[in-house]
Design a protein around this ligand. Structure first.
Ligand code: ADP
Ligand code: MG
Length: 288
């Protein structure tokens, strides 16, 4: 874990969460895309994010993974503030004026500073992400794709990285495809390689952004099965998907997003079968 030198402890209610978002806002220029997101994902839980296109689901994942910088609020990963250090503001005098002038002073009583890139990188290593498009290296085999990050990012010895990659490919049901190139694999197989690749860094948290949306319907099941196995083994996961069956079966919580806000959140049965908000009802009637 990286050392962030924060002198302000995480709020007490962050305890036990793998991820906690507190009042997260995101602007792209003038476009206000996330409008105060509060979200807790406890360790070992699967949170499914649903909602119409453009509601901000991918942006939530990208902010958690620090692919985007948040405009306001805090995100904690396993109790550690992401991307920022937070210290008490100077109580008076020139220093306080200087902070105000440089825009560093964001509240009445705290100063936020960006962490150095190296600290951000080590925070990001704790999170695996799987995208709609598999983004495998086309000129590398399945095995080489899975070995890439351990060897080049965390300097794992080749033999060890290879053993671990073979285990992971076996776990996603691809023991007989390790030397295939992406073009020789089906979409479902490529996505399973992408999952193995994300797992190769031993993440504490896995983020999935519509992992089955680009797949032919007959290939969706094999990818969902790998995700279900992962959930059963206790991985903490945030999953953006339109697969309502998956949400119902695997999700501990379902959050419905619309217009940059979490409109409704609860157990799958509550949100999917008995939604309280009209917007949720309308969306669910369309995707079911
Ligand atoms: P979803 O994943 O729910 O479809 P997104 O998080 O991708 O939604 O997008 C939310 C909104 O933010 C959309 O209006 C989208 O056009 C906008 N947006 C996303 N990324 C960017 C970006 N890099 N620059 C500008 N606008 C963006
Ligand atoms: Mg999206």
């Amino acid at each position: 874990m990286s050392e962030t030198n924060n002198t302000i402890p995480a709020p007490a209610d962050v305890a036990g969460t793998m991820v906690a978002l507190r009042g997260v806002h995101k602007y792209f220029g003038h476009l206000h895309v996330l409008k105060g997101i509060d979200l807790d994902i406890h360790k070992g839980e699967v949170c499914v994010l649903i909602g119409p296109s453009g509601s901000g689901k991918s942006t939530v994942l990208r902010c958690i993974n620090q692919l985007e910088e948040i405009s306001a609020g805090r995100i904690y990963l396993d109790g550690e503030l992401l991307g920022l250090s937070e210290t008490p503001a100077p109580t008076g005098g020139l220093l306080r004026k200087w902070y105000q002038r440089t825009g560093a002073l964001t509240g009445h009583d705290t100063v936020l500073r960006h962490l150095p890139d190296k600290a951000v990188s080590s925070q990001r290593e704790r999170i695996g992400m799987v995208f709609q498009r598999f983004n495998l290296f086309p000129h590398k085999t399945a095995l080489q794709n899975v070995m890439e990050a351990p060897v080049h990012v965390s300097r794992t010895p080749l033999a060890q990285a290879r053993t671990q990659a073979l285990e992971l490919l076996d776990r996603v049901g691809l023991a007989d495809r390790v030397n295939h190139y992406p073009a020789q694999l089906s979409g479902g197989q490529q996505q399973r390689v992408a999952i193995a690749r994300a797992l190769a860094m031993n993440p504490d948290l896995m983020l999935f952004d519509e992992p089955t949306s680009a797949l032919d319907p007959e290939l969706v099941g094999e990818v969902l099965q790998v995700m279900k196995d992962l959930a059963r083994e206790g991985m903490t996961m945030v999953v953006v998907t339109h697969e309502i069956g998956f949400a119902r079966e695997v999700g501990h919580n379902v959050a419905f997003m619309d217009g940059g806000q979490i409109v409704e959140m609860g157990k799958p049965a509550e949100v999917l079968d008995d939604p309280q908000e009209a917007r949720t009802r309308e969306f669910i009637s369309k995707v079911l």
